[in-house]
Design a protein around this ligand. Structure first.
Ligand SMILES: O=C(O)CCC(=O)C(=O)O
Length: 259
C-alpha cells in the first residue's frame, strides 16, 4: 500500500510533536484557495454565510480585543482573524479530504475509527495587523475525548516577522499543563515556566507547505510586523464519535474501514 509518510518521519513527529510535510499544494491549487478565502472575506463567495463562523481581527493586537466569534459575514474587509466551518466550502472541503490526511488520521486513530472535523479554520494575520495568540495546547474540557492532530497549511509565507506559529518541541509529551482551562490556555506564570524564549522554534513555512502538529504541542503566534499577510488553513481531525457536553456532534470527514 502506498504510504505518504515514512517511518522516519513518524519517528520525528513522535519525538518533536510536529513535522513539516513539504509543499502539498501546486501553485494553481494554492492560488485557488487564496482567491476563495479572499472572496469569502469580501462577501462575494457562493457560500451560506449564516453557517460560517467569522471573527474580525483586533486593531490593538490584543487577544481579548479581537472581534466577536459568531456565524455570519461581518463586512467587506481582508482583516478577518478567523473563519471557521470551512469544511462546508467545496474547495476547502475537498482539500481537507485528501488521501494523505486520511492516512495520517488512520495512523493516529486507527482505521476502525471514523474521523470527524473539530474545526476547519482560516487563521489570518492581516498585513501590519494580527492578534497575538497566547501559549496554549489544543484541548477542550467540553469534549468527551481529546482530538490528537492538526494539519496547518500555509497560504502565504509564514515567517517569524509576519507571525508564524511558534512551538515548544517535545512539549506534547508533558500532558495537559493547565487541564482546567476550557481551551488549553496557559496562565502567564505557566507560559513563563514552560515556554522560555530559548526553547521556542519558529515554524516558518513556504506558501503551500503543511505542518502536522500534535494537539498537545505548546504553541502561540505573534502579530504581523510586515506588509505580507499571513493566511493559513488549520484543520483539527478528531475521533468522529466525539460528543461535546452540550450534545453537539461533528461533521464526519472519513468513515471507518468496515470490520
Ligand atoms: O495560526 C495560528 O497562528 C495558530 C493556529 C492554532 O492555534 C491552531 O491551528 O491550532
Amino acid at each position: 500500500m502506498h504510504s505518504f509518510l515514512t517511518e522516519d518521519q513518524w519517528a520525528q513527529y513522535d519525538e518533536d510533536g510536529y513535522i513539516k510535510l513539504g509543499k502539498l499544494l501546486s501553485d494553481n491549487e494554492l492560488g485557488a484557495l487564496q482567491q476563495r478565502i479572499d472572496d469569502i472575506m469580501l462577501g462575494t463567495a457562493e457560500i451560506d454565510y449564516s453557517r460560517i463562523l467569522m471573527q474580525l481581527d483586533s486593531t490593538t493586537g490584543k487577544y481579548n480585543d479581537a472581534g466577536e466569534q459568531s456565524k455570519g459575514w461581518k463586512g467587506k474587509t481582508l482583516a478577518y482573524r478567523k473563519i471557521q466551518d470551512l469544511e462546508l466550502d467545496s474547495l476547502f472541503g475537498e482539500y481537507t479530504n485528501r488521501p494523505i490526511f486520511k492516512e495520517i488520521c488512520e495512523r493516529m486513530y486507527g482505521d476502525t475509527t471514523p474521523i470527524g472535523c473539530f474545526r476547519a479554520m482560516f487563521m489570518n494575520k492581516p498585513s501590519k495587523q494580527g492578534t497575538y495568540l497566547p501559549w496554549h495546547q489544543d484541548a477542550w474540557t467540553a469534549l468527551d475525548r481529546q482530538p490528537l492532530i492538526t494539519l496547518w497549511t500555509a497560504l502565504d509565507p509564514a515567517t517569524k516577522a509576519n507571525g508564524c506559529v511558534e512551538v515548544i518541541p517535545r512539549s506534547h509529551k508533558m500532558g495537559l499543563i493547565n487541564p482546567n482551562h476550557a481551551s488549553g490556555f496557559l496562565t502567564e506564570e505557566l507560559a513563563a515556566e514552560y515556554c522560555p524564549k530559548d526553547k521556542v522554534v519558529y515554524l516558518e513555512l513556504e506558501p503551500g507547505e503543511v505542518a502536522l502538529l500534535h494537539n498537545w504541542l505548546l504553541h502561540s503566534s505573534d502579530i504581523n510586523h510586515t506588509d505580507v499577510s499571513r493566511r493559513a488553513f488549520s484543520v483539527c481531525y478528531m475521533d468522529g464519535n466525539t460528543v461535546a457536553s452540550n450534545g453537539e456532534t461533528f461533521t464526519r470527514l472519513f468513515e471507518a474501514v468496515p470490520a
